[in-house]
Design a protein around this ligand. Structure first.
Ligand SMILES: [Zn+2]
Length: 197
């Protein structure tokens, strides 16, 4: 047995996905070699985990009340782009294809895994839809779950607001965060009215 505090460190690393006992042990030894500055930086980041939460308006990751995109006065309020994760939001931002507001679902509908619409950030989306919104763009990923979610949202929002879906530039089963900027740009520009069938 190692000293208890070192065992705790190993146990902490083991919580990460894909990290087994041997790897956690290696990480823990590595951490012992960090210089003071690095160690303090890591300690500070871990202490601040509880300060990271979701934006009260859009559901994006944020460490204040509202995220930087919701607060940005240079972005149009008339367009809302719906993404399934903060990672996808970042992918669209890096591609520079959209200058409206976002809404992050934080998941997709998956009946087999028991993920229902009520588990997603949909209630606040409905609250955001008013006469000010010209268009809602569905940018969920072209996977079975992403399509199921897009279909559900299309039915839910139809009649309330114009709903469009990204064009099929992204290959089926592909991920927005792995798509290059040009592909995302084309998918965005070629968006079409969402079909509810
Ligand atoms: Zn926000």
């Amino acid at each position: 047995m190692y000293p208890a505090k070192f065992e705790n460190l190993i146990a902490a690393f083991r919580r990460l996905p894909g990290v087994g006992m041997k790897t956690a042990e290696r990480y823990a030894f590595e951490a012992l070699n960090w210089d003071e500055e690095t160690r303090k930086e890591v300690e500070r980041s871990l202490q601040q985990i509880s300060e990271i939460h979701t934006c009260r308006i859009c559901g994006n990751l944020c460490d204040e009340d509202e995220c930087e995109y919701c607060k940005d006065p240079n972005r149009t309020d008339h367009l809302i782009c719906i993404v399934q994760s903060p990672k996808d939001l970042q992918a669209l931002e890096s591609a520079g294809v959209f200058n409206g507001k976002y809404h992050v679902l934080n998941g997709t509908i998956n009946m087999a895994k028991g993920v229902l619409p009520s588990d997603l950030n949909i209630d606040t989306l409905i609250q955001r839809i008013n006469e000010n919104i010209d268009e809602v763009i569905l940018a969920t990923e072209p996977t079975v779950d992403g399509e199921t979610t897009a279909l559900y949202l299309t039915k839910l929002l139809q009649g309330k607001v114009k709903v469009t879906r990204l064009a099929n530039g992204i290959p089926m089963g592909g991920h927005l965060d792995y798509s290059d900027a040009r592909t995302l740009q084309r998918a965005f520009q070629g968006r079409t009215n969402a079909q509810s069938e």
